[in-house]
Design a protein around this ligand. Structure first.
Ligand SMILES: [Zn+2]
Length: 385
């Protein structure tokens, strides 16, 4: 027997599972994984907890119903991440780890993005536990989606799960999403030599060098936007934001160090690796022979762009069942990993991204019954004959 929706949501939200590149606030996701594994085991799923390499405090879960069919091939994956972003307790009106059931909303950290997807998926799956499936139904829960995507990357490394179709249950207000841009963020650090401002030959000015780097970046941005457009996106070109710069200390000192942070968002079909290599080369060229040393840092590897078949069977089904036209979004997901594993992948789930990553995050109750119903139909279509 599955606990009720509010019970499941409350237990998942009550387990802190913040993921962050800052180790002091990063938390284990194991308790969330264990709750899901227990419930799914109770429904008759075969469960596999996959600890991440060298991270015994982090794990993915793969749970399969009807795994004996086709040796686990074919069928449908319902996937989500178990971690949340960090939170600012002072801005919350209630305890982020206690689900507050108020009128038409469930408040709580991760309620919308995206712990709430799991009880929806489990309730839909529970309908099929007494039934013979013709293709397996797999539920996947990952770690670290909000920070490094280490969970998704590890799935890809292990070559599983294998299926024909995957739904990533991110909050899209039940609009099926077939494409998103890739995202990478990097820091460019230049170190020169400071000295008295009256004689430039006494040092190497990092701010002067950064000016050349920025000009080069803006040129590259224009070239990328000229080369590639995609009208499925509200912003139809790849973007590069020069977001933050810190440099120097005093007007009468040669600037000894400068640091720039950029955000690059590439369109589907663009060669992310090649563009990153070009970017790096052009930054190197801009500072060479200037007595400046260069360091390039990425907080984590880039999220590649994602685009699935606009005529795909799953996309069509989700569009028809939810009554929402296929679209694109501006945020990154784990879709690329599932797609690379060979699945037609669509991002679709209850809740709105507008409530994600916010204080007082909530899940809109009105979307839950339709979301569960849609998933039931999709499971019916792709896992039963
Ligand atoms: Zn998310």
């Amino acid at each position: 027997m599955l606990p009720t929706f509010p019970e499941m949501l409350s237990q998942l939200v009550a387990e802190p599972s913040v993921s962050s590149t800052s180790p002091d606030i990063d938390r284990s996701n194991l308790r969330v994984i264990e709750h899901l594994a227990n419930w799914l085991h109770g429904l008759g799923f075969r469960t596999e907890i996959m600890p991440l390499p060298n991270r015994p405090d982090k794990a993915n879960l793969i749970a399969t119903l009807g795994a004996e069919i086709n040796d686990g091939m074919g069928g449908l994956v319902l996937a989500g991440h178990t971690d949340t972003v960090p939170f600012d307790a002072a801005l919350w009106q209630s305890d982020p780890f206690t689900v507050k059931d108020q009128q038409d909303r469930y408040y709580g950290l991760g309620s919308c993005d995206m712990k709430g997807f799991f009880p929806v998926a489990l309730e839909a799956a529970a309908t099929f536990t007494k039934q013979q499936l013709s293709a397996p139904l797999t539920i996947v829960a990952t770690s670290d989606e909000e920070s490094s995507m280490a969970g998704g990357r590890y799935l890809l490394e292990c070559g599983k799960p294998k299926a024909d179709y995957a739904i990533i249950g991110e909050p899209t207000a039940m609009q099926p999403i077939f494409a998103h841009k890739g995202i990478s963020m990097m820091t460019i650090k230049l170190a020169g030599a400071s000295g008295h401002s009256s004689d430039p030959s006494l040092g190497a000015n990092a701010l002067d060098a950064m000016h050349r780097v920025m000009s080069e970046l803006i040129c590259l941005r224009e070239e990328l936007a000229t080369d590639t457009q995609n009208d499925a996106f509200a912003v139809n070109v790849p973007t590069m934001n020069l977001g933050c710069m810190r440099a120097g200390d005093n007007p009468n000192r040669i600037c000894g160090h400068a640091e720039l942070q950029i955000d690059l968002r590439l369109l589907p079909g663009m060669d992310s690796e090649q563009i990153h290599a070009t970017l790096e080369q052009r930054i190197k060229d801009a500072v060479q022979h200037s007595g400046i040393s260069l360091e390039l840092q990425t907080a984590y590897p880039p999220i590649p762009p994602f685009q699935s078949d606009p005529d795909g069977a799953l996309l069509h089904s989700l569009s028809q069942l939810s009554g929402n036209k296929p679209g694109t979004v501006a945020f990154g997901t784990e879709a690329h990993f599932m797609q690379t594993l060979g699945m037609e992948t669509v991002v679709w789930g209850p809740g709105s991204i507008e409530q994600a990553h916010q204080p007082n995050e909530y899940l809109d109750k009105a979307q839950l019954a339709p979301a569960t119903q849609t998933l039931r139909h999709v499971i019916q279509r792709f896992c039963t004959s």
